[in-house]
Design a protein around this ligand. Structure first.
Ligand SMILES: NC(=O)C1=CN([C@@H]2O[C@H](COP(=O)(O)OP(=O)(O)OC[C@H]3O[C@@H](n4cnc5c(N)ncnc54)[C@H](OP(=O)(O)O)[C@@H]3O)[C@@H](O)[C@H]2O)C=CC1
Ligand SMILES: CC(C)CCC[C@@H](C)[C@H]1CC=C2C3=C(CC[C@@]21C)[C@@]1(C)CC[C@H](O)C(C)(C)[C@@H]1CC3
Length: 611
């Protein structure tokens, strides 16, 4: 069928870029959508994807890559059962030009002096840019990874394969210096997405209507839960006694919220802690992030401790809890408006793939700009871990004080201590692994809009602390066996959560890490490998499983009288099930049929043998 006005026609065999990489595979053009200016193409393994014209090339001019031969000898690839495009091309590479992936650009071929093969190299989740002990150690560890392998030749071969997969880099000098002669065409190869951002066509959360309802409903839900929680009968069925509306917005309280935000911002910009690079952006740039959250935490505790010592009454937080939440909501709305307005002027290549629909309301909710920054101050990264998570801990501490005050106790109750300790431990774990957050979905893919701003600044501190707020008004006696049982459950959940996240992060940083050599993997066409044994062989999201077990352990100290303290478990289950489905769709698009192989191997999503 002719497709007028397009460079490629339906049925044409062309070379298509594999998303996120610089590898080209033979693909067949199926159709062209003029509205979104995308071609639908099919790879040899049956994966269908949408590609832009700039990511497609005519097959003439591509020649077999040398590395494709060395790849075919790889023992690990011989073991593979994958039907990825890479495997298809690998098999045909020794015989024919067509179907072979090309890492040599036509520019490089035209210019014999250069003789540079663009090399695909492994890129870690986060790269330290400051030389310090920790990173030296890490690098050494990575070196040994290859040395301690049982078969050095195989290890060397494996390393070459892994190194040949990511990031464009010149092989000739293997250095960071720019090529002496870089043609325009080559430059375009390296910065393919700089020009336009894809339009978001698949709207999540029920589209415009859905997100509008969420924006109205979620803040009301948070305030409603807080009101019910403070009532003697904390039943969701009993009508809450509503506070006077004009008492909710207190300028003094709003000032305190702004002050808290600014104080945390000040700690964020302190020039202490190492600076690391996050994952590469679409335009090839690497953003730098300062890792000083533990310093910030210690300074926050010291400052609050000093303030309490000077007579500050932390239980003010308990008595003004609703006003604090309303002020945080107002602050979140103002910040979201600022973010939306500035995103209108953001360069195209800095827009988030999910927040560029053209609908004001939808993009406002999802967030248009991926990494909004004010002179290096990364607003998304800052908000994800600091004001909200630290605020949550301060609220918990305030609730423990309020409980002691209200019930004339010398110490908080065991239930309150458990809840406080579990939450503190969870947040400290996140802070200890601060760098890992750079690789999480929200940091890498999500725009920064109302959903995350509200999530970070209102939802996290005011719903995650509902258990301690509940305990102030609803004491619950815990027997020693109950305490032991709950602590054990939390420890089990934490071990699964931490081990799964650490394993995946370490594996993504260095797939030949010797501590992970016992794990089975499946290679994919993008060069990345998927873990299929250990915790990652049990379910597809063991980290979610661990998180959910911990969530249950946090609710149990509140007893079984009301469902309200179980709100966190219900929220997390809903969020993680939705996230799992979203990630699943994303991985299927990214990994093609290998993902189906993986799903056959690892059958359950979050709960073994159930779901
Ligand atoms: N308390 C809370 O409110 C919340 C907590 N969380 C927690 O945050 C953490 C991060 O969650 P999130 O970012 O959603 O998801 P994950 O950290 O699980 O990341 C998913 C990504 O991991 C990679 N991956 C998937 N399967 C495999 C495999 N078998 N082997 C190797 N890599 C694989 C894929 O990316 P790729 O292949 O591209 O590397 C996939 O896109 C979780 O522990 C979660 O529980 C999350 C949301 C809310
Ligand atoms: C209903 C909403 C408005 C949804 C908001 C979602 C957000 C509250 C969550 C999205 C992902 C999150 C993560 C954490 C906190 C909750 C939000 C922001 C996290 C920082 C908690 C601590 C963990 O150790 C973590 C793994 C670092 C979490 C990362 C994801």
């Amino acid at each position: 069928m002719r497709m007028p006005g397009t460079r490629f026609q339906s049925g044409d065999m062309v070379m298509g870029r594999w998303p996120g990489s610089s590898l080209f595979y033979e693909v067949k053009v199926l159709s062209y959508d003029a509205k979104i200016q995308l071609y639908t193409v099919i790879y040899k393994d049956g994966t269908e994807l949408e590609l832009r014209e700039v990511d497609m090339k005519s097959p003439t001019g591509f020649k077999p890559s040398h590395r494709s031969r060395s790849r075919s000898r790889s023992p690990s690839r011989r073991r593979s059962r994958s039907r990825s495009p890479a495997r298809t091309t690998r098999r045909s590479s020794s015989r024919t030009t067509s179907g072979t992936f090309a890492t040599e650009t036509s520019a490089a071929r035209k210019e014999p002096k250069m003789k540079e093969v663009l090399e695909i190299r492994l890129s870690p989740v986060a790269r330290p840019v400051e030389n310090n002990g920790h990173n030296k150690h890490e690098n050494k560890k990575n070196d040994t990874a290859d040395k301690v392998n049982e078969n050095p030749a195989e290890a060397e071969q494996e390393k070459k394969i892994l190194e040949s997969r990511y990031n464009l880099r010149r092989r000739k000098d293997d250095g960071d210096a720019k090529p002496a002669e870089q043609t325009e065409e080559k430059e375009a190869e390296q910065k393919p997405a700089a020009a336009t951002a894809p339009i978001t066509t698949e709207l999540e959360f029920g589209g415009r209507l859905g997100v509008s309802c969420m924006m109205l409903f979620l803040p009301v839900a948070v305030l409603g839960l807080m009101v019910v929680c403070s009532q003697e009968d904390a039943s969701l069925m009993s009508p809450p006694s509503l506070p006077a509306l004009d008492s909710l917005l207190d300028p003094h309280v709003f000032g305190m919220v702004v002050l808290w935000f600014l104080f945390q911002a000040l700690l964020y910009v302190l020039p202490v802690g190492k600076v690391v690079e996050g994952i590469p952006l679409k335009n090839g740039e690497w953003l730098k992030y300062r890792m000083n959250i533990l310093h910030a935490f210690v300074l926050t505790v010291a400052t609050l401790g000093a303030a309490v010592h000077q007579g500050m009454d932390l239980s003010y937080i308990h008595s003004h809890f609703l006003q604090l939440a309303v002020s945080s909501l107002l602050f979140s709305v103002l910040l979201s408006v600022y973010l939306y307005v500035r995103s209108r002027w953001a360069p195209q290549d800095q827009l988030a793939p999910r927040g560029n629909s053209g609908s004001v309301i939808y993009d406002f909710f999802m967030g248009s700009e991926l990494n909004p920054r004010i002179k290096g101050f990364d607003l998304k990264y800052f908000c994800e871990l600091r004001p909200g998570l630290m605020g949550w801990l301060v609220i918990n501490a305030a609730m423990a004080l309020a409980e002691m005050k209200l019930h004339n106790l010398d110490y908080p109750s065991p239930a309150m201590i458990l809840v406080n300790c579990f939450h503190l431990f969870y947040v400290l774990d996140a802070y200890w692994h601060e760098e890992a957050v750079l690789g999480y979905m929200d940091t890498t893919h999500a725009g920064f809009g109302f959903m995350l701003v509200f999530g970070d600044l209102m939802w996290v501190p005011f719903t995650f602390s509902l258990q301690s707020y509940y305990l102030v008004h609803h004491p619950n006696h815990l027997s020693l066996p109950c305490i032991v049982g709950i602590v054990t459950l939390n420890v089990i959940g934490f071990c699964i959560f931490r081990k799964a996240n650490s394993q995946k992060n370490a594996f993504r940083r260095n797939p030949s890490d010797p501590t992970l050599s016992h794990l089975k993997t499946i290679p994919t066409a993008t060069g990345k490998t998927l873990l299929v044994s250990g915790l990652w062989g049990l379910v597809r999201h063991p980290n979610y499983l661990g998180d959910l077990i911990m969530a249950l352990a946090w609710s149990l100290p509140c007893g079984f009288t009301h469902i309200l303290p179980y709100f966190y478990v219900i929220y997390l289950t809903t969020l993680l099930v939705h996230r799992e489905a979203r990630d699943e769709a994303q991985c299927r698009r990214k990994y093609g049929s290998v993902w189906d192989d993986y799903c056959r191997e690892v059958r359950y999503r979050i709960i073994p043998r159930v779901y």
